[in-house]
Ligand binder design. Structure first.
Ligand SMILES: NC(=O)C1=CN([C@@H]2O[C@H](COP(=O)(O)OP(=O)(O)OC[C@H]3O[C@@H](n4cnc5c(N)ncnc54)[C@H](O)[C@@H]3O)[C@@H](O)[C@H]2O)C=CC1
Ligand SMILES: O=C([O-])CC(=O)C(=O)O
Length: 376
C-alpha cells in the first residue's frame, strides 16, 4: 500500500496513516515501460513481471542481475558488458538500514548491496554491526558499506541519506499477534523516525517493524510534529503479502510463478490483509472455496512462518526479498483508485470488515505519539 495523504489509509503494498479508507493500489511504483527483450533474460532475482514493471524503478532491477551474472559467468561476460554499459545506472542513492544486524536486516543489506543504484549503505543497530559490514564490504558492487552501532552513532548514520529502511524491533513468537509487539516496537520506531526527521528529513522512509498498521501512523505523527511529513515518502512495507499471494495462487492453479500478479489492499495483520483475487493478472477463475482458502492462507502466512520457526522469529528471508523488491525511485507516483472498483461480493464484505480494525490500529499509533507529545 502506498503511503497516502492524511485522509487515506490502506493499501496494497505499503501502509499509511490517516482516518478514512481511501483509494488503494498495489503497484504504486510501476513504471509502464517495456524493457529491451534481453533484459527479461537477465531477470535473475526478480520475477519477469517485476522486471517488466519495475526494471527502472526498483533497487533490485535487472541491472543487479547483470552485475551478478558478470561476476560468475564468463561466457555471458561479453554480452553482459555490452548490455551493461548500455544500461549502467549511476550509483547515487545513499541507503540506511536501521536494525541491520537482525534476521531481516542482514539479508536485506545483502540485497541492497547488490543494487547498482546504491553508492552508500549505512548499517545501524543497537547490536554491533561491524562484522556484517565487513562481510558485505567484500562484495564487488559499488555501495560503500559503513557500520554504526548504538544511539550515539545514529545521527551520523543518517546524514545525507536518501532512503531509510526500518526493520528494527522484536519479532513475534508463536501465540502472539503483531499487535502484541506494539509496546516495544512503537517506541523503537518513534525514536528512530525522530532521528530521521532531524538528520535526513527528505529521505524516503520504509517501515517494516510490526505492527505495521500502527508503526506507520506513529512515523507519520512524528514527522508531522517535526514539520517534515511528506505522505509520498512514508511507506509501510507490506509487499510480502503481494509476494505470498502471487506464490500461493501460482501454486494452487499450476501457473508459472513469474506470470502471476495479485493486488493486495488493506493493512498488514490478519483480516486487514485483503488479496483481491478477482483482479489477479492475468485473469484466473477461482471457485468460492478456492477464494476462501487462498484468502485465509495469505492472511495467515506470517503466522505459518512464526509457527514453523517455533520461537526463533518470523519471516526474514522472504521479507528481505519483498522489501528489496518494494523500493522504488520516486516514492508514490499514483494512487490507482480503480483497484477498489468492481470488487466481488466476498471482497466488498471483507473490505468493510477490515476497516474498523485497521482504523483502530491507526488510531492506536496516533494516540501513542500524541500522548507522549503532551507528556513532554
Ligand atoms: N512488514 C512485514 O511484512 C514484516 C515485518 N516484520 C517485523 O520486522 C521486525 C524485525 O524482525 P526481525 O529482523 O526478524 O527481528 P530480529 O530480532 O532478528 O532483528 C531486529 C534487529 O533490530 C535491532 N534493534 C532493536 N532495537 C533497536 C533500536 N532501537 N535501534 C536499532 N536497532 C534495534 C536488534 O538489535 C536486531 O538486530 C519485527 O518487528 C517483525 O515483526 C517481520 C516480517 C515481515
Ligand atoms: O507474521 C509476522 O509476525 C511477521 C510478518 O509480519 C509477516 O511474516 O507477515
Amino acid at each position: 500500500m502506498a503511503a497516502t495523504s492524511a485522509t487515506n489509509f490502506s493499501i496494497g503494498s505499503t501502509a499509511s496513516a490517516g482516518s478514512t479508507v481511501g483509494p488503494t493500489q498495489s503497484k504504486a511504483f510501476s513504471i509502464k515501460l517495456e524493457p529491451k527483450s534481453y533484459l527479461r533474460n537477465f531477470s535473475g532475482l526478480k520475477a519477469a513481471n517485476s522486471v517488466r514493471y519495475e526494471s527502472e524503478s526498483s533497487f533490485l532491477g535487472s541491472e543487479s542481475s547483470l552485475i551478478l551474472r558478470r561476476s560468475y559467468n564468463t561466457k555471458a561476460l561479453k554480452h553482459s558488458q555490452r548490455s551493461y554499459s548500455y544500461i549502467q545506472p549511476h550509483a547515487s542513492y545513499k541507503v540506511a538500514i536501521l536494525g541491520a544486524g537482525g534476521g531481516i536486516g542482514q539479508p536485506l543489506a545483502l540485497l541492497v548491496k547488490m543494487s547498482p543504484l546504491v553508492s552508500a549503505l549505512n548499517l545501524y543497530d543497537i547490536a554491533n554491526v561491524k562484522g556484517v559490514a565487513a562481510d558485505l564490504s567484500h562484495c564487488n558492487t559499488p555501495a560503500q558499506v559503513s557500520d554504526f552501532t548504538g544511539a550515539s552513532e545514529l545521527a551520523n548514520c543518517l546524514k545525507g541519506v536518501n532512503v531509510v529502511v526500518i526493520p528494527a524491533g522484536v519479532p513475534r513468537k508463536p501465540g502472539m499477534t503483531r499487535d502484541d509487539l506494539f509496546n516495544i516496537n512503537a517506541n523503537i520506531v518513534k525514536t528512530l523516525v525522530e532521528a530521521v526527521a532531524d538528520n535526513c528529513p527528505d529521505a524516503f522512509i520504509h517501515v517494516i517493524s510490526n505492527p505495521v498498521n500502527s508503526t506507520v501512523p506513529i512515523a507519520a505523527e512524528v514527522l508531522k510534529n517535526k514539520g517534515v511529513y511528506d505522505p509520498k515518502k512514508l511507506f509501510g512495507v507490506t509487499t510480502l503479502d503481494v509476494v505470498r499471494a502471487n506464490t500461493f495462487v501460482a501454486q494452487k492453479k499450476n501457473l508459472k510463478l513469474i506470470d502471476v500478479d495479485v493486488p493486495v489492499v488493506g493493512g498488514h495483520a490478519g483480516i486487514t490483509i485483503l488479496p483481491l483475487l478477482s483482479k489477479t493478472n492475468p485473469s484466473v477463475a477461482f471457485t468460492d472455496e478456492e477464494v476462501q482458502e487462498l484468502t485465509v492462507r495469505i492472511q495467515n502466512a506470517g503466522t505459518e512462518v512464526v509457527e514453523a520457526k517455533a520461537g526463533a522469529g518470523s519471516a526474514t528471508l522472504s521479507m528481505a526479498y519483498a522489501a528489496a523488491r518494494f523500493l522504488g525511485r520516486n516514492g508514490v507516483e499514483a494512487v490507482i483508485s480503480s483497484e477498489l472498483q468492481g470488487l466481488t461480493e466476498f471482497e466488498q464484505k471483507a473490505l468493510e470488515a477490515l476497516k474498523p480494525e485497521l482504523k483502530a490500529s491507526i488510531e492506536k499509533g496516533v494516540a501513542f505519539v500524541q500522548k507522549q507529545t503532551v507528556t513532554a
